[in-house]
Design a protein around this ligand. Sequence first.
Ligand code: 13P
Length: 284
Amino acid sequence: MALVSMNEFLPKAKANKFAVGQFNMNNLEFAQAIVEAAMEEKSPFIYGVSEGALKYMGIEFTVAIAEAAAKKSGLPIALHLDHGSSFEVAMKCIRAGFSSVMFDGSHYSFEENIRLTKEVVKAARAMGVSVEGELGTIGGVEDDISVDESDANLAKPEEAIRFYEETGVDCLAIAVGTAHGMYAGEPNIRFDIIEEVSKAIPVPVVLHGGSGVPDEMIKKSILAGVGKINVNTENQVACTETIRQVLAKDAKVYDPRKYLTPAREAMKAVVREKIQLFGSSNQA
Ligand code: 13P
């Protein structure tokens, strides 16, 4: 199967109240762990690729790995640019074979964010590529982008609704209290904002910063209208902790396969659990 746009599964997710996971791809082992977990769960999923990860892996390798996963698994998989910072980078990804892009104009003024997102939607739609927009600023650290949590601005429901109506995005990330990275305590998620926005627009709300959010809060956010949930840090932690343990146990290890194999298994276990929690098993 070829890579698909998020519209292959997001409308069904919203209608049937489940969420599709965006699992970030940082290297080949991440990609393999994610697709293997999804195959066992028969779940659609989204490979999220940040600009930093794109620089690290190279755009050709990134697309080739995702295409190989789609072909091998037969699952509906979207290859999605995460937090795209410009029209140019979004177009570069689409030309290279991405089936979905996020344009993150949240650091621009509201009107400018609408104007720029509309340009991306117009071009992407012509290519059959789905688009995620962002409103409000999500706190935490991701790649080189760091937003102090006190500077993170929650989305205003009336602005989010207008943003959707003017841009026609396929899903909308709104800042509702989650943050990228792990949490010191528990996040304070504004389910009321999710619900108000979700009721007023036909597309799902996206929850960024899915790592470390307690299971009950994830379930509640899906019931309130979240249809896409992003997870990266939990896989990074599982990968690195496993490698640390293997190396600490045996200082003579030098074959990367000796620590990458268990690291990949650890990530696969994380992804399977998330897929089950999000309710997307057997939805492929
Ligand atoms: P976490 O790293 O907190 O899981 O967030 C991932 C994310 O939102 C990617 O956009």
